[in-house]
Design a binder for this molecule. Structure first.
Ligand code: CP
Length: 336
């Protein structure tokens, strides 16, 4: 599959100029609803420079030497946690990895006390995943260090959306006017929510396709109130896929679902699985994406998941460059 290579003239992280504070306004990264187009562009350009580092034999630059990055995960993760930790190590930060299920939280320590303890140990940046939507917004009221939301409940997953934007831009060159179709468990998807902000800010159209029971109540009035004319809702998969540039099926989040949201898994597969036949309704150069983890044979057929249009593994790879860019920018864009 064709890939647009990063601009070879771009500066490397050793020489990358500090981001202009007129462009970059974030001490924390909580969601993309407060990101401007210029800020997203800055993240994507910085990720290009980080991607160059990842092509080297020694994938390490001294950019964050002396800084401490702590990951605190209250929910399982493979991609996000590993890629933030690799990103921090590639930038020469000291890293500490905390699994909440093996921390003093199980002895009754509160989230706030845990965060204060991590700060007292010298953390400069905390990367946190939490099952409660909004937990990062509470957290930043109680710590002075920077915080990156690595996924909070159903609410937001900004670094995932940024790596999705980065992957699309590398293949298709731009987001402007692309039709991006997100299919499946919209109700429980923090990835869909952050992508709505990221994709529309970058000029794409977003079609959200799901059975009525998996569409959040009030989504249509939310779209109207937030003046998001480029976001639409569709309950039939065929029109949602027609002429799509990007298709992103989502995993059914059974762990978050109340019973009764789906009449049967078999019916869901029949009506909403992304199959080769259905994918043929999209544009010939369509990108098939998935935030992972995948349940092959449910939301996506194995042929499509591993087919020529799939960039799913590349999304994972790009996650490291994006998270290096975020750590670099949140640390103030200073070169060592
Ligand atoms: N996409 C994503 O958040 O994957 P993990 O749960 O494995 O981090």
């Amino acid at each position: 599959m064709k890939t647009i290579e990063p601009n070879s003239s771009i500066a490397t992280p050793e020489t990358f100029p500090p981001p202009s504070m007129a462009v970059w306004q974030h001490n924390h990264i909580l969601d993309l609803d407060d990101f401007t187009r210029e800020e997203i562009e800055l993240v994507l350009e910085t990720a290009d420079a980080m991607a160059e580092v990842l092509t080297r034999e020694v994938k390490r630059v001294p950019t964050l030497r002396g800084k401490t990055v702590v990951t605190l995960f209250h929910e399982p993760s493979t991609r996000t946690r590993a890629s933030f930790e690799l990103a921090a190590k590639n930038l020469s930060a000291d890293t500490v990895s905390l699994d909440a299920s093996k921390s003093s939280i199980v002895k009754g320590e509160s989230l706030i006390d845990s965060l204060r303890t991590i700060q007292a140990l010298g953390a400069d940046i905390i990367v946190m995943r939490h099952s409660q939507s909004g937990a990062p917004y509470l957290a930043i009221k109680h710590v002075n260090c920077s915080l990156i939301n690595a996924g909070d409940g159903w609410h937001a997953h900004p670094s995932q959306a940024l790596l999705d934007l980065y992957t699309i831009r590398r293949h298709l060159g731009t987001l402007t006017n692309l039709k991006t179709t997100i299919i499946g468990d919209i109700m429980h998807s923090r990835v869909a929510r952050s992508n709505i902000w990221g994709m529309t800010t970058m000029g794409a159209k977003v079609v959200l396709c799901a059975p009525p029971t998996l569409i959040p109540r009030g989504l249509d009035s939310f779209i109207a109130n937030c003046q998001l004319p480029n976001v639409s809702i569709e309950t039939d998969i065929e029109p949602a896929l027609e002429n799509a540039d990007v298709v992103m099926p989502l995993r059914l989040q059974m762990e978050r679902q109340q019973s009764g949201l789906l009449p049967s898994l078999r019916e869901y597969i029949q009506l909403y699985q992304l199959t080769t036949e259905r994918l043929s309704l999209a544009k010939p150069q369509v990108l098939v994406m998935h935030p992972g983890p995948i349940n092959e044979g449910i939301e996506i057929s194995p042929e499509v998941a591993h087919g020529a249009q799939s960039v799913i593994e590349e999304q994972v790879t790009n996650g490291v460059a994006i998270r290096m860019a975020l750590l670099y920018l949140i640390a103030g864009g200073k070169n060592k």
